[in-house]
Write a protein that binds this ligand. Structure first.
Ligand SMILES: [Zn+2]
Length: 159
């Protein structure tokens, strides 16, 4: 059964030009699920994600896939800079450097990806995290938690 999903559209998004959706950057928000949503819908806040995932696996859509969210900042992925233009940003609520992802968060992330994977032509190389895309400037995800996510993706999306 799918995890519960709600929608609370962020004011921090742009519709034009459309998001190219070439890949996905995972984050942790450093905040609770509710705090992450509150920050994303606050006018003028400089951060938003396409989706935030709660410890119980619940998902909240903050920015439609076709639009650009403000999640990556100065960043490089897939040989290009300015990742907000061509990636989707998914945040796990919480701080992965303080506590591990829940099994529900991992399963919910895989479910979120599976709904999009084939249509967008994604491969495991289409997915990264903010720590890697920012050249180590950002601390999300904890490398141990990234490895857990990567293993879950490999298990689900093996060729
Ligand atoms: Zn981040």
């Amino acid at each position: 059964m799918p995890y519960p999903a709600t929608e609370r559209l962020s004011t921090n998004r742009s519709a034009e030009p459309a998001n190219e959706q070439r890949g996905v950057i995972f984050h942790d928000s450093g905040l609770s699920f509710e705090e992450t949503i509150a920050r994303a819908v606050k006018p003028g806040a400089a951060v938003s994600y396409h989706c935030v995932i709660a410890p119980d696996g619940s998902q909240c859509t903050l920015v439609p896939d076709a639009q650009v969210a403000r999640h990556a900042g100065v960043s490089t992925f897939l040989g290009r800079s300015g990742c907000d233009a061509f990636t989707l940003g998914v945040a796990f609520a919480g701080d992965t450097n303080a506590s591990p992802l829940s099994s529900h968060q991992l399963a919910s992330a895989v479910e979120w990806l599976a709904r999009r994977w084939k249509a967008r032509g994604w491969t495991p190389e289409s997915v990264t995290d903010h720590r890697q895309a920012s050249g180590g400037r950002e601390k999300d995800l904890n490398p141990v938690e990234w490895a857990r996510l990567k293993a879950a993706l490999s298990a689900r999306f093996a060729p």
